[in-house]
Design a protein around this ligand. Structure first.
Ligand SMILES: CC(=O)SCCNC(=O)CCNC(=O)[C@H](O)C(C)(C)COP(=O)(O)OP(=O)(O)OC[C@H]1O[C@@H](n2cnc3c(N)ncnc32)[C@H](O)[C@@H]1OP(=O)(O)O
Ligand SMILES: CC(C)C(=O)C(=O)O
Length: 511
C-alpha cells in the first residue's frame, strides 16, 4: 500500500498481481435513487460512456420492472459493447424470461437470505429459499446465460446458511456470487472477516455490493477486495437506494493508487462520466466529493496555493494527479488567497504587476472575499485593470439595454443594446428560451464566433420565486484561453447577460 506509514512491499506485490473487475450498477441500483428516472436515450449514452471508461460489466436495468426498463436493457444489449450487459431478476421465472428476451450477457438473480427479509418479503423457509435459488440458477444456465447469484442481505444472514446456499448455487452452475451489504451495516474489519471466511468455506468467484447507510460503502468494498473479492459493484457518483452505493471513482482510485490493485478503468474518463451522470440523473454533486468534485483539486488558501505552485505534492496526494482522473488543478482566489496565487493567475494571462501593485491587488481581492464573494477571473481582471491603470473598465463593453419577449405563442427573442469601444451596437436574436436568445444576442455584439461559452450554470441562491439567480459562465477565446465570470440578479436573463459581458470584458482585455 502506498501513502501509508507501514509500507508492506509484499502486500503491494500481491495486490499488483490482481485485477479487480468493476461491475457498474448506475443504470439499475443508481436509478433506484428516490425520485430519479433516467430517460431512455440518456441511458444509452451513459452505457456507451461506461463502456468507454472500461467497466467490465453494466447492470443495465431490471427488465420486469417496466416496459421502458425492458426496452432500454434490450437496446443496451444490442449496442455490442465490450462490457458484459446484465439484467436483474427476482427468483421467479417471469423475471428471468424478461432478461432472456433482452438477450443480455448475464442474468443477476437474487433471493433474500437474512431471516428478517426472508420471513417478511418472500415468506419462505430457509430450505424453500435455497431450493428456489438452485432452480433459478439452473434455469438461467439451461438457457445458456452467465449467472450471478445474490443472497440478498448476505451480511445479516446466518453464516452457516450463507455458506450452504452459496455452495448450492455453485453446484447449480452459478458463475459468480455477489455478497450484498443491502442495508450497509458492515465495517471494514467485519467485511474482511466475512469475505476471507467465505473464500475459505465456499471457494468461489466473489463480487461485493455495498450500501452507504453509515458512509462506509467505499471502505467496505475496498476491504472486500483486499480479503479476496474479485469484483466490486459501484455506481457513478455513488447514487442508489437511500444513502447510495459505493462510488465508482472513489473505489477505483483507492484500489489502484493506494492499494496498487489493477482495474481495467481508463481513469482519465472518470470526471466526464461523473458529470454526465450528474446531469442525466439530476442528482447534483457537492463540490467537495473526492476525485470528480469541482473542489477535488482546487486550492484557495494562500499557504496551500504557494506550496502547490512550487510542488503539487505538498498539498495533493501525488499518487493521484488531476490529469489521471480527467480533472484540472485550480487556484481559486478569495479571502484566504496569498500573493503567490494572485501573481500566478495574473501572469497566466500576461499581466506582470510590480510588488506594490501586487500588494494592492491582493488587498482588494481580500476585501471582495471578506464580503463573501469568490473572486472570478473576470473580477481579478477588473481589479488588475484598475490598479495597473491599464485598459480600464471604461473601455470595455457596456451594457445599455436588454429586452426579451417570450411566451407560449412567441419564439423567444432578445434585443441587446451595448457600447463596445465607444460604438453603439444593437443586436437581436431568437433562441430556445429567453436566456438562450439573450446570450446569443450578447455574443453577437463582439461577433458570434469570437468567443465560445464552455460552461453555463444557473442556480437559485435563496428559495422562492423571488430568489436571486446566480449564473456562472466559462468563456474561451479563439486561442483557447478561458475565463470564469459570475453574476447574481433577481432576473435570470439579466444575471446571464451580465455574467457573459463580464467574461467578454475580461477576455477582450487579454487580447
Ligand atoms: C435491494 C434491491 O435493490 S432489490 C431491487 C429493488 N428494485 C425494485 O424493486 C425496483 C423495481 N421493482 C418493481 O418494479 C416492482 O417492485 C416489481 C415489478 C419487481 C414487483 O412489483 P409487484 O408485483 O407490484 O410487487 P411489490 O413490488 O409490491 O412487492 C414485491 C414482490 O416481490 C417479491 N419478491 C421480492 N424479492 C423477491 C425475490 N428475490 N424473489 C422472488 N420474489 C421476490 C415480494 O415477496 C413481493 O411479492 P408478493 O407480491 O407476492 O407479496
Ligand atoms: C439486488 C441486490 C444485489 C441489491 O441491490 C442489494 O442487496 O442491495
Amino acid at each position: 500500500m502506498r501513502g501509508v506509514v507501514f509500507y508492506d512491499p509484499e502486500q503491494e506485490k500481491q495486490n499488483s498481481n490482481r485485477t479487480i473487475t468493476i461491475f457498474d450498477t448506475t443504470l439499475r441500483d443508481g436509478e433506484q435513487t428516490p425520485g430519479v428516472t433516467i430517460p431512455f436515450d440518456k441511458k444509452i449514452e451513459i452505457a456507451s460512456q461506461l463502456d468507454k471508461l472500461g467497466v467490465d460489466a453494466i447492470e443495465a436495468g431490471f427488465p420486469i420492472s417496466s416496459p421502458g426498463d425492458k426496452e432500454s436493457v434490450k437496446r443496451i444489449a444490442e449496442l455490442g459493447l465490450h462490457a458484459d450487459v446484465c439484467g436483474l431478476a427476482r427468483s421467479v421465472t417471469k423475471d428471468i424470461d424478461a432478461c432472456i428476451d433482452c438477450d443480455v450477457d448475464m442474468i443477476h438473480v437474487f433471493i433474500p437470505t437474512s431471516d428478517v427479509q426472508r420471513e417478511y418479503t418472500i415468506k419462505k423457509t430457509r430450505e424453500e429459499a435455497l431450493n428456489t435459488a438452485v432452480e433459478m440458477v439452473e434455469y438461467i444456465k439451461s438457457h445458456g446465460f452467465k449467472c450471478m447469484f445474490s443472497p440478498m442481505d448476505a451480511t445479516r444472514t446466518n453464516f452457516d446458511y450463507l455458506v450452504e446456499i452459496i455452495k448450492a448455487a455453485k453446484a447449480a452452475g452459478c458463475d459468480i456470487v455477489n455478497i450484498p451489504d443491502t442495508v450497509g451495516v458492515m465495517v471494514p474489519s467485519s467485511m474482511y472477516e466475512l469475505i476471507y471466511n467465505l473464500k475459505k468455506n465456499a471457494d468461489m468467484k466473489y463480487d461485493i455490493h455495498c450500501h452507504n447507510d453509515f458512509g462506509l460503502a467505499n471502505a467496505n468494498s475496498i476491504t472486500a477486495a483486499e480479503a479476496g473479492a474479485d469484483q466490486v459493484q459501484v455506481t457513478v457518483n455513488g447514487i442508489g437506494e437511500r444513502a447510495g452505493n459505493a462510488s465508482l471513482a472513489e473505489v477505483v482510485m483507492a484500489l489502484t493508487s493506494i492499494y496498487g490493485f489493477k482495474t481495467n478503468i481508463k481513469t482519465e474518463y472518470l470526471t466526464e462520466t461523473s458529470k454526465m451522470v450528474e446531469k442525466y440523473s439530476g442528482i447534483k454533486m457537492p463540490p467537495m466529493i473526492p476525485i470528480c468534485g469541482d473542489n477535488a483539486f482546487s486550492h484557495e488558501s494562500g499557504i496551500h496555493s504557494q506550496g502547490v505552485l512550487a510542488k503539487s505534492e505538498t498539498f495533493e496526494p501525488g499518487i493521484m494527479t488531476p490529469e489521471m482522473v480527467g480533472q484540472k488543478r485550480r487556484i481559486i482566489l478569495g479571502k484566504h488567497a496569498g500573493r503567490h496565487a494572485v501573481l500566478q493567475n495574473l501572469e497566466a494571462v500576461g499581466i506582470h504587476p510590480t510588488e506594490d501593485q501586487l500588494n494592492e491587488i491582493l488587498a482588494k481581492i481580500k476585501e471582495i472575499g471578506d464580503r463573501g464573494k469568490t473572486v472570478t477571473d473576470a473580477d481579478l481582471y477588473v481589479v488588475a485593470s484598475v490598479v495597473l491603470g491599464k485598459k480600464g473598465i471604461d473601455e470595455a463593453i457596456k451594457l445599455k439595454e436588454v429586452s426579451v419577449m417570450t411566451g407560449n405563442i412567441v419564439t423567444p427573442t432578445a434585443v441587446i443594446r451595448a457600447e463596445s469601444n465607444g460604438k453603439e451596437i444593437i443586436s437581436a436574436q431568437t433562441g430556445v428560451g429567453p436566456v438562450d436568445a439573450a446570450l446569443r444576442a450578447a455574443e453577437e455584439i463582439v461577433g458570434d464566433t469570437k468567443y465560445k461559452i464552455e460552461e453555463f450554470s444557473i442556480e437559485a441562491i435563496s428559495g422562492g420565486s423571488d430568489s436571486l439567480a446566480r449564473v456562472t459562465i466559462v468563456l474561451a477565446n479563439e486561442r483557447g484561453k478561458s475565463v470564469t465570470a459570475k453574476s447574481a440578479n433577481a432576473d435570470i436573463v439579466m444575471a446571464s447577460v451580465e455574467a457573459l459581458i463580464n467574461a467578454m470584458n475580461a477576455l477582450s482585455g487579454m487580447d
